[in-house]
Design a binder for this molecule. Structure first.
Ligand SMILES: *Cc1c(COP(=O)(O)O)cnc(C)c1O
Length: 471
């Protein structure tokens, strides 16, 4: 076993990717107004903008597609999916949705209340958007160590701070907190896991005050693998035993199956509460489709039923987590500042430590996204001043987020470690000449600040001394 460290699969079909010149990339950047979301994917060599919906499906999944039962009601494929979900979640009721955000929407409609608090470690932006529309107050109570991108390694930087939670309950009264949402893994601060102990304690505290607990489970398998690796008492448990215990502490779970479901589209709303299920089904019929397909085709349900099982396979998870770690280790060797330890689905480069001379108002992490594409055709994404910046509703002044990073998301079963080397080498060279870079100016943003990163336009402040690197 010691020597068997390569991918637990072989490649049956390939997709060509294009190598481009630096001059071409500079032109495309200009046309996209320096916004990675506005670039054409065909001009990207290695695409790390997201790990969502980008997984490679297995031969078993492709063959399952052919079994898709496209019946409107009571499709055979639904029952296969239901069984697969029950097996992993240990919960009875399953409502598929077309994406995770649709499950978030249903969940927000049930659990978020106007003027009441929704406590989370770090809420995912689509839930936050839904909560804001409803008028709920979404608060992020991740442990302080998880908010500091320069903090020393800690096994569970996604944990909820129980003291903050207790304080809010005693100050505002439990009746003013409508839900606690635990996102596993915690996406916004590095794909950092939440420990079983924390899930158990958060749940016990919530239960004491009659507050329902929801798990946002997009990366449930990666979280379970970290628990197995890092938490005492779990080293000999199977991944499924761990996932079932995780969900035993919540009433409802939502999932974007575009992550650990290893499919390209789909979502899930899962609950053990039959009253909640009834409401969820009604909302699904209005917004998604009939309850046994929820906005997906029968073939999608088939692929997901198989993908969920492949996602909790331990050999797969070992490869997956170690590929991300491999990229993190190569970057550390070159001195590039990252969130440590590396999390489940990507490496997060600390924009402020990388470019200490660029103030947050000039978008250091976005500048790094632009530099990485310019040098190597690699597309990453900013999670920082642009994506999570806000405006003070009273003064109109900019409020900057605590986390200021560039996320290099690693798609599942898609790239090899040679691709990881390209990314690490390019960032290493940019780091060498980091003092030459200057910041950026936001020249266009849409009306909804929390969604501005998708359509924002930028200009670059001129570089002090442009040097060309051939990649
Ligand atoms: C991706 C994601 C969502 C939203 O899911 P989509 O499938 O993109 O709509 C919600 N929560 C978390 C934690 C996610 O990672």
């Amino acid at each position: 076993m010691r020597f068997m460290t390569a991918e637990p699969f072989r490649i049956k079909m390939v997709e060509r990717v294009k190598k481009t010149t630096k001059a071409e990339r500079q032109q495309w950047l200009k046309e996209a107004r320096y916004n990675a979301f506005q670039m054409k994917a065909e001009n990207v060599y290695i695409d790390c903008i997201t790990d969502s919906g980008t997984s490679a499906m297995s031969s078993e999944q492709w063959s399952a597609l052919m079994l898709g039962d496209e019946s409107y009601a009571g499709s055979k494929s639904f029952y296969k999916l239901e069984e697969s979900v029950q097996d992993i979640f240990g919960m009875q009721f399953v409502q598929p949705t077309h994406q995770g955000r649709a499950a978030d929407y249903i969940m927000a409609r049930i659990y978020a209340k106007p003027g009441k608090y929704a406590i989370g470690n770090m809420h995912f932006d689509t839930f936050r958007g839904n909560a804001e529309v409803i008028g709920a107050l979404a608060v992020d109570y991740v442990d302080d160590i998880g908010k500091d991108t320069a903090s020393p390694p800690h096994p569970f930087k996604g944990n909820i701070d129980l003291k903050k939670m207790e304080k809010l309950i005693s100050e505002k009264g439990a009746e003013n907190i409508s839900v606690v949402i635990i996102t596993v893994t915690c996406n916004n601060n590095g794909g950092q896991p939440v420990s079983m102990q924390n899930i158990r304690e958060v749940s016990a505290l919530a239960k004491k005050h009659n507050i329902p607990v929801v798990i946002d489970a997009a990366r449930l398998a990666e979280n379970a693998y970290f628990i197995k690796q890092r938490e005492e008492g779990y080293e000999n448990k199977t991944i499924k035993e761990i996932t079932r215990e995780m969900f035993s502490y919540c009433e409802t779970a939502t999932m974007s199956s575009k992550k650990d479901g290893l499919v390209n589209i789909g979502g899930l709303f899962v609950t053990r509460n039959d009253e909640v299920l009834k409401v969820a089904q009604q909302l699904a019929i209005v917004h998604e489709g009939f309850i046994t397909y929820g906005g997906l085709a029968g073939r999608d349900l088939e692929a997901l039923a198989v993908g969920l099982q492949e996602g909790v396979d331990e050999q797969y998870l070992e490869y997956r987590i170690n590929q991300v770690k491999y990229l993190g280790d190569r970057l550390k060797e070159k001195g590039v500042p990252i969130i440590e330890p590396t999390g489940g689905h990507g490496v997060y480069v600390d924009g402020r430590r990388f470019f200490p001379h660029i103030p947050q108002s000039e978008f250091p992490s976005q500048r790094l996204v632009v530099a990485l594409y310019e040098e190597a055709g690699v597309r990453a994404v900013e999670i920082g001043a642009c994506a999570f910046g806000a405006k003070d509703p009273l003064t109109g002044e900019d409020i900057f987020p605590e986390v200021e990073v560039m996320r290099i998301a690693v798609s599942r079963r898609v790239y090899t470690n040679s691709h990881m080397d390209v990314i690490a080498n390019a960032l290493g060279e940019i780091y060498q000449k980091r003092e030459q870079y200057r910041g950026m100016k936001l020249v266009y943003e849409g009306p909804i600040t929390s969604l501005r990163h998708f359509t924002a336009g930028f200009e670059l402040f001129p570089q002090t001394n442009a040097v060309t690197i051939e990649v």
